[in-house]
Design a protein around this ligand. Sequence first.
Ligand code: FAD
Length: 477
Amino acid sequence: TPVILWFRKDLRLDDNQALNAAHHSGRPVIPLYIREPQAAGTGPLGAAQAWWLHHSLAALDGSLGKRQGRLVLASGDALAVLCALIRESGAEAVFWNRRYDPSGMSIDIRIKHELEKQAVEARSFGGQLLHEPSRLMTGNGTPYRVYTPFWRALEGGCEPEPPLDAPAKLLLASQLPNSERLESWKLLPVKPDWAGDFADLWTPGEEGARKKLHAFAEDALDGYKQNRDYPARPATSMLSPHLALGEISPARIWHATRGLSKRVPATDIVHFRKEIAWREFSYHLLFHFPRLASANWNDRFDGFEWRNDGEDFKAWCRGLTGYPIVDAGMRQLWRHGWMHNRVRMIVASFLIKDLMIDWRRGEAWFRDTLVDADPANNAASWQWVAGSGADASPFFRIFNPVLQGETFDPGGDYVRAHVPELRGLGAKYIHRPFEAPQGVLDEAGITLGQTYPKPIVDHANARNRALAAYNATRDAA
Ligand code: FAD
């Protein structure tokens, strides 16, 4: 009798523990993907990631095709879909890799329980993280709340399991059930096609992920620690969307960095691993403190008086704040579904502190527009910037968008790449066009307030306003 292999955010054949177990069970496999109803708790699938999902499912179907199979697509409540498929195919087992977001976990617990009641074997596996979130705990047996000791524990004691290669052949069920058509899911934008530029940068699917990892290990890992903060440099792996949909496993990435120490300085390898460990830490937090997804981790922030001005929010979303580094980041996000980490911190600080807009609105915008939208990383990072998270940056550390731009994009190349109307400005004024003499603006073809906005807030005043609001919250607490 067949085994149903239920793919979720693990759209790969490589290092896939559930797939490997299904393969070794000797039973024919039915590869299934279910489009589940909008999951409560961690929010709906964003539009940018829907684009990615479409192409990723097509790629997975292609890989299965090379093994004389195909992916079965179905929509609806996962338990109902599974039960119908079990009846139709006579399957006696369902295998999947675990997910760790609160809503996904509660669905899976219910499904496991119901399938076992029907004497169907329901087996779940790890591999989406380097370690199960309950494996690394403090000496007191409590979850970590601070990153550094978490990292030490991860680095010190536990080498992740070696990754598993994809089986060269898969025994697939000879009679695969009918599948819905991917096109009928309408995951791609129609008009306007705002994802038109995505394909310049991305190749969804595990082949694309493998190539990104290879290119990064060859070209950019050497110097990563030094270069990773400069958004104009191609210095980071850009593996995040592949990780978000599980087209590559963190163990595969971790192990790829082994054996490079002859060529790449250890400090770069360690620093890169530390970033992978941040992802691990975000999941550790979300697993142990599920409210992190949508509520202030530190409830002192519950009394914070957000301004939530609609016009300011719109200007931020569109990259029309008058602060070039912020605008470049927000436009990079719109254009490519991705933004450099340093700039994510700058735009998030600007939204929360300069504009005093609730971090949850920023988190939701990112969720909709990022191809790498991730329930753990997104919420944990927003709360980190807000100061409301575990081990967060303190609220009073408020980025100055001009100085951040000048430090991390000193020549202005990043701004010029994403804010074309400022292309004519040299390095001196590219991050502060509002201070440029009229002659310089004229020469660059810029009319402030017309071709490019004047700053929507004065940073110094906005900073004082934010600190006053923060102090009021503390006084009230
Ligand atoms: P690399 O520098 O090559 O790092 C490798 C991997 O490590 C990344 O792919 C990612 O999985 C992980 N990683 C790197 N930095 C972080 C970090 N600070 N926190 C957690 N994991 C990290 N990352 C997401 O994957 N999804 C999100 O939705 C997301 N939202 C964010 C929101 C804000 C406000 C901020 C400040 C950061 C957010 N990040 C998010 C973290 C980080 O910006 C991205 O993971 C990183 O920019 C991805 O680029 P990369 O793959 O080239 O990173």
